[in-house]
Ligand binder design. Structure first.
Ligand SMILES: Nc1ncnc2c1ncn2[C@@H]1O[C@H](COP(=O)(O)OP(=O)(O)OP(=O)(O)O)[C@@H](O)[C@H]1O
Ligand SMILES: O=P(O)(O)OC[C@H]1O[C@H](OP(=O)(O)OP(=O)(O)O)[C@H](O)[C@@H]1O
Ligand SMILES: [Mg+2]
Length: 299
């Protein structure tokens, strides 16, 4: 695989990260004809192949140099790194970008009725988790002597099933913990998706493709954070308007037909335009205030 000039990217086959991984590539202009059953998918627009696997396998595939790139949560990435370091296996990779999806945290949770005042209360407990290395590292740092019990799924039922006293699992909204009578007590790791690359030098062709992809990813991320703001403003209030517009250091000012008193202002802003600011603009005499999403950006 690594000798060909086709770039290989490992993504999660089906789960929390699948859709957004595909969407990110699509937003970068890399197109695929997805078929649920196909584990290897060739891009129809670029010499890029997708390998659709379980997310747990992605860090290892990159670290072993089987694929060139991988999109994976930092929780899985760090767990695999620690595991491999312990076993003295290859654990190197290059972090290319942190991406704005798959945000979650790894937290220790106890049954709601159980009291918890500080981390030492975990001493002597059994904690069920899919991330034993991350948990053991945290407990070690805190000097807590608790036991990690490895479960690959349904971690939240462990206390009720009598398998453990507590859990250490991924949390986003907290709904899963609540539904299982558990209360989040301590965050031990915060995670989002990373794009990673294997360490060995790649051919110039592949590296150029990656560099181009990264520039596009940056453009997509920037566009996601930015808004295009348009409004009509009284010419004699321009200074006040510019002062309250977020990120409006160099706005475009355009004349309007049939009037010398009003101009159009266009500005790209990476900050949120809050309702309060829009109301202030209106009070200054501005009108036709539009806030539009941006699809792509390049500096
Ligand atoms: N509730 C959540 N909100 C946001 N991101 C999450 C959430 N839960 C998990 N994630 C992130 O998404 C990744 C994949 O989660 P998912 O539940 O799909 O994994 P999985 O069940 O282990 O799937 P697989 O079958 O691929 O092993 C997690 O490793 C984490 O990085
Ligand atoms: O705090 P919440 O918003 O409830 O999210 C947390 C849940 O999300 C993840 O599971 P997922 O729903 O992806 O299913 P899985 O465990 O079956 O993979 C995670 O393993 C938790 O169980
Ligand atoms: Mg998994």
């Amino acid at each position: 695989m690594s000798t060909s000039n086709r770039l290989t990217i490992a993504i999660q086959k089906s789960g929390r990260l699948s859709k957004e991984s595909i969407n990110l590539l699509a937003a970068c202009g890399v197109k695929f004809n997805m078929h649920e059953a196909r584990l290897m998918v060739h891009s129809t627009s670029h010499p890029i192949d997708l390998l659709r696997v379980r997310d747990d396998d992605i860090p290892g595939l990159v670290m072993d140099g089987v694929v060139d790139l991988g999109l994976v949560g930092e929780n899985v990435l760090e767990e695999e790194s620690l595991e491999r370091e312990m076993k003295k296996q290859a654990s190197q990779y290059r972090s290319l970008r942190r991406l704005d999806f798959g945000h979650c945290r790894l937290s220790i949770a106890l049954p709601t009725e159980q009291t918890f005042s500080n981390i030492q209360d975990l001493d002597g407990l059994k904690i069920a988790t899919t991330y034993p290395r991350l948990l053991e590292r945290y407990l070690g740092e805190q000097g807590v002597k608790a036991k990690a019990v490895m479960l690959t799924g349904s971690v939240e039922v462990a206390p009720r099933a009598g398998l453990a006293d507590a859990v250490c699992d991924l949390v986003s909204t907290g709904a899963t913990l609540e539904a299982n009578g558990l209360r989040e007590q301590q965050v031990i790791f915060r995670s989002q998706v990373q794009l990673i690359q294997r360490c060995e030098e790649l051919s110039d062709t592949k590296q150029q493709m990656i560099d181009k992809l990264l520039a596009r990813i940056d453009g997509v991320q920037l566009a996601k954070e930015s808004k295009y703001i348009m409004l009509h403003a009284p010419k004699n209030k321009l200074k006040e308007v510019e002062d309250i517009l977020p990120g409006a250091e160099r706005p475009t000012i355009l004349p309007l037909s049939h009037t010398d008193e009003i101009v159009a202002i266009h500005v790209v802003s990476t900050e949120t335009l809050f309702w309060e600011t829009m109301e202030k603009l209106k009070a200054l005499g501005c009108s036709s205030i539009l806030v539009l999403p941006i699809e792509k950006m390049m500096g």
